[in-house]
Design a protein around this ligand. Structure first.
Ligand SMILES: *[C@@H]1O[C@H](CO)[C@@H](O)[C@H](O)[C@H]1NC(C)=O
Ligand SMILES: *[C@@H]1O[C@H](CO)[C@@H](O)[C@H](O)[C@H]1NC(C)=O
Length: 617
């Protein structure tokens, strides 16, 4: 904490008083709580001074006793004095104070989140940190006692303002249980390791209003029993459950289901269920008992993610049958990395027999928006079946079939759907076909099927397919559709490809491109020539990855003068992966193009060491 007496003059009386108050507030001292109403009436410059100097625990106590909590409902109240206080507490801007506390402790996270309530995230992150520390201690020392008695580290204590505590206070405030119970009411998202899934945790977390739970390494029945108690306790608020590295034994999901369903109510409120990098043990030959009921008894299950869990074909088959039978509302389905090849032919048999028998069949697939099938060893036959099944997913927007060797023949079965020529309506706006063993032949057909008029496609990835320069013509034409995000990394365009791309760009035309990845294409200086044209024609372009393109250093002036000329929105242009010998005049490039204080050009490392670094202004 920074103290006020950083000059040599003695501290003023005010400073002494504020410091005294600060110490009292940290300990939540009864006497100071009693005079808080008077403190709240202090002139605002004093209050501001106090707030800025309070550590988190002090600020917590200061705010805890405010007679007015709810700032949003101020219009409903007409009592003048309350209104006055209300206004003042807004002037104090406690939320900003909490944001500062958060930034001080987690500077790397501050830009990644935009919560409305910074105090909530502060304590949520703090409780998570305490639980993580306790987990580590319990795991390392094969701990036997009560989890709640595990001591929080001195570092963590001092972050919130507990420094120089008496032995008595230390005993009280260093326990994990104190932190869980005191700040639990701010906690709605938690990650828990198996060791924390026991009955005691239910007591520790009783103040929390858990909505999202992430659980790791749950392997035994005992742990599931402990977890179920916790889930039961929070079933009114829980909406998301994620299991990572768990062993889903026979009755696992049944047990979880029993704990989320309230007595006398048939439906549960879980919206997101993920089972990731886990093992389904012996149930791989079919869908595990419980999952079907879980899906069918959800009030509104929106996303089901079961990736990297060795599901296998029969599991996937059974899962799709379940989705068809129960009228679920799933809109996000992730089955990536699961070896489910072969499951779609079965689905199609079912769809084709059902579509003319009963109208309800296929209903649940109609809401599907996102389907991830990456890394499933899908082959051309699977692509054919998938092409057929896509007709039953009219709302699909995002499809990922990367890392599946479907080859040109596979893509040919899908083209009619994307091009809207299959008689079905297609809304796919994002398509990923990375590493699908495609050649220029298949990809040219795909690209040419999107005309500037019919194509709703906004994002396409065809990276890591061996396409060569023969794809350049179609790619150039494709650029003038509504495409915004294009990933063509590692398709071996070479100089010839980039040259042809340049010639297809029509100078007067403005492209909608926002993000492009042309890395790993051995384009040489032609990469830079292409970029210099592209920068001028794509006024919305923000992010360019041109790394690893065997570019000579002569590319650098070409690109920088285009950047200057275009005056576009580019924030990030990656040119790493080149061996460049910089000249002194290159040093200015880092400072010439800057966005939000960060350099736009990401250059190969040498520059930083080669350029003389001047510390003195
Ligand atoms: C292309 O570049 C973007 C970043 O600009 C990155 O997120 C993406 O993974 C890259 N694609 C490949 C195939 O490496
Ligand atoms: C460039 O290639 C190197 C080596 O293969 C790789 O580590 C790096 O991630 C690549 N850079 C980009 C931006 O793809």
């Amino acid at each position: 904490m920074t103290e006020a007496n950083d000059s040599f003059s003695p501290p003023s009386l005010t400073t002494l008083c504020i410091d005294h108050l600060k110490r009292k507030l940290v300990l939540g001292d009864d006497a100071v709580v009693a005079i808080l109403p008077d403190i709240y009436e202090l002139p605002s410059h004093l209050i501001d001074d106090l707030i800025s100097r309070l550590p988190p625990i002090g600020l917590y106590n200061f705010q805890l006793h405010l007679p007015f909590q709810d700032l949003t409902k101020e219009d409903c109240l007409h009592d003048d004095s309350t209104n006055n206080k209300r206004k003042r507490s807004r002037d104090w801007n406690l939320n900003t104070a909490w944001r500062k506390k958060f930034e001080l402790r987690w500077p790397n996270l501050i830009n990644q989140i935009q919560p409305t309530d910074w105090q909530k995230v502060y304590w949520e992150s703090h409780v998570q940190k305490c639980l993580d520390e306790a987990t580590e201690k319990a795991l390392v020392t094969s701990f036997k006692g009560r989890i709640g008695d595990i001591q929080v580290s001195d570092g963590t204590l001092s972050y919130i303002g507990f420094v120089g505590l008496t032995i008595q206070s230390y005993r009280k405030y260093s326990k994990l249980s104190y932190h869980c119970l005191q700040f639990g009411s701010h906690v709605s998202c938690l990650r828990l390791q198996n060791i924390l899934c026991d009955t005691e945790t239910t007591r520790l977390l009783k103040e929390c209003k858990l909505e999202n739970l992430v659980l790791r390494c749950i392997r035994s029945k005992e742990q599931v029993d402990g977890l179920c108690k916790l889930i039961t306790q929070h079933r009114r608020t829980l909406t998301s459950l994620e299991f990572i590295h768990c062993t889903v034994y026979i009755d696992f999901i049944n047990a979880i289901l029993d704990s989320v369903v309230s007595k006398g109510v048939e439906k549960h409120g879980i919206k997101h269920l993920s089972i990731v990098s886990s093992s389904f043990g012996q149930c791989t030959f079919a869908i595990p008992s419980g999952l079907e009921s879980f899906v069918s008894s959800a009030r509104s299950l929106c996303s089901l993610k079961l990736f990297d869990s060795h599901l296998g074909r029969n599991f996937a088959k059974a899962l799709f049958m379940t989705l068809l039978d129960v009228s679920s509302s799933i809109s996000v389905l992730d089955l990536s990395e699961n070896e489910i090849a072969g499951c779609f032919s079965h689905l199609n048999r079912r769809l084709s027999s059902g579509s003319h028998l009963s109208v309800g069949i296929g209903k649940s697939l109609q809401l599907l928006r996102v389907l991830n099938l990456r890394g499933n060893s899908l082959r051309k036959e699977d692509a054919e079946s998938l092409g057929y099944a896509l007709a039953y997913m009219p709302n699909l927007e995002d499809l990922d079939i990367s890392d599946n060797p479907i080859e040109d023949e596979g893509i040919r079965h899908l083209i009619p759907h994307f091009a809207g020529t299959s008689g079905t309506c297609c809304r796919v706006t994002s398509l990923k076909l990375e590493a699908c063993d495609l050649s220029h032949d298949g990809v040219n057909r795909l690209l040419d099927s999107f005309s500037p008029l019919n194509a709703p496609l906004k994002s396409l990835c065809i990276a890591e397919n061996y396409l060569g320069s023969k794809v350049a013509g179609a790619l150039g034409r494709f650029l003038s559709t509504s495409i915004e995000v294009l990933d063509v990394a590692g398709i071996d365009l070479r100089s010839a490809g980039f040259q042809e791309l340049q010639s297809t760009l029509i100078i007067t035309e403005k492209l909608k491109l926002v993000k492009i990845n042309i890395s790993k294409n051995r384009g040489g200086i032609e990469t830079a020539q292409f970029l210099s044209k592209l920068l001028l024609q794509a006024p919305q372009l923000v992010d360019v990855n041109a790394a690893n393109n065997s570019m000579p250093i002569e590319s650098l002036p070409i690109i920088s003068s285009a950047l200057k000329l275009a005056q576009g929105k580019v924030q990030h242009l990656d040119l790493t992966g080149h061996k460049w010998d910089y000249k002194p005049e290159h040093a200015s490039l880092l400072t010439e193009f800057v966005h939000n204080g960060k350099p736009v050009l990401i250059l190969p490392l040498l520059l930083a060491t080669a350029a003389p670094y001047d510390h003195d202004p």
